[in-house]
Write a protein that binds this ligand. Structure first.
Ligand code: CO
Length: 287
């Protein structure tokens, strides 16, 4: 087996989005910092309401999916199709914008900590114009698998394989076949996982520090940075202190990307069409 090594670190940069929500953006902080099929990763984490209270008022999307994972806090999602999603601590919302959605994501707390992630995942060209949909995944629907030597794994998407035993998560069967794991390791702990050699994979430690790769090729990644991994069919991660990190992998689409803010298409013409459709209301026509 070829164990993946650390190929590149993408440091997160402080920024704000929506109506002024403070966050750290790593993937997607520049147009050349994507990792097909993953377009963007934001982490929001604050116990100061001024950093999050204004939320994300109504805004459009077309051409990709968003996965919002709340570690702590309470947000309400509403969209033009009449969906209401109540996102609480430990919950996930998987939203497929497809041909178009206008939605809002608003904090439902006036104090306390809001901490979570929003990941953007591209759709293949042939699925970019499918009807919008979304799934609210309750914390109880997300398998929590303890590891024999300490630590635990939450399976948000794809299938965890631990000691050759598969544990499927709630999101399966997408073209990009994402694996989305949230892993907690105690000091000295280790996590190994088989992976398709051709899939793009990255890790994102959000507490503590981790080390990637085999033996003398092991390299550290500090919290709030993305570590892009080389090709290979095994991922091996160690924790020197207590650590928590996301592990993402997916099938690359290898298609051209033209992005204009919340629209992610394949050509300039399709972006211009998206802008026209948003202006005219066509983007949110129910089909
Ligand atoms: Co949005």
């Amino acid at each position: 087996m070829a164990t993946r090594v650390l190929q590149q670190i993408i440091e997160s940069v402080p920024t704000s989005d929506g109506a002024g929500v403070k966050l750290r953006r790593s993937l997607g902080s520049r147009r050349d910092l994507r990792w097909d099929p993953f377009l963007m990763l934001d982490e929001f984490s604050s116990d100061n309401p001024n950093d999050y209270i204004a939320g994300f008022p109504p805004h459009p999307h077309r051409g990709f999916e968003t996965a919002t994972y709340l570690l702590e806090g309470h947000m309400l999602h509403q969209d033009h199709l009449g969906h209401r999603g109540d996102l609480n601590t430990g919950g996930v919302q998987w939203m497929t914008a497809g041909r178009g959605i206008v939605h809002s994501e608003m904090p439902q707390q006036t104090q306390g900590r809001l901490h979570g992630f929003q990941l953007w995942i591209n759709l293949p060209a042939r699925e970019k114009m499918k009807p919008a949909s979304y799934r609210d995944i309750l914390p109880a629907e997300i398998p929590l698998v303890p590891m024999a030597k300490g630590g635990q794994v939450k399976v948000i998407a794809g299938t965890l394989i631990l000691d050759k035993k598969p544990t499927p998560g709630p999101i399966l069967g997408l073209t990009t076949d994402p694996l989305y794991l949230d892993i907690q390791l105690p000091a000295g702990g280790n996590f190994s996982h088989p992976i398709d050699n051709d899939y793009n994979a990255f890790i994102y430690p959000y507490a503590g520090e981790i080390a990637i790769g085999p033996g003398n090729e092991r390299r550290r990644v500090q919290a709030h940075n993305v570590g892009l991994l080389s090709p290979g069919d095994l991922i091996d991660v160690g924790a020197e202190g207590d650590a928590r990190f996301l592990l993402l992998a997916g099938r690359p689409l290898k298609e051209p990307i033209v992005q204009h803010g919340p629209f992610v298409m394949n050509t300039r013409e399709e972006i211009e069409q998206a802008l026209r459709d948003f202006e005219s209301g066509e983007l949110t026509q129910v089909v």
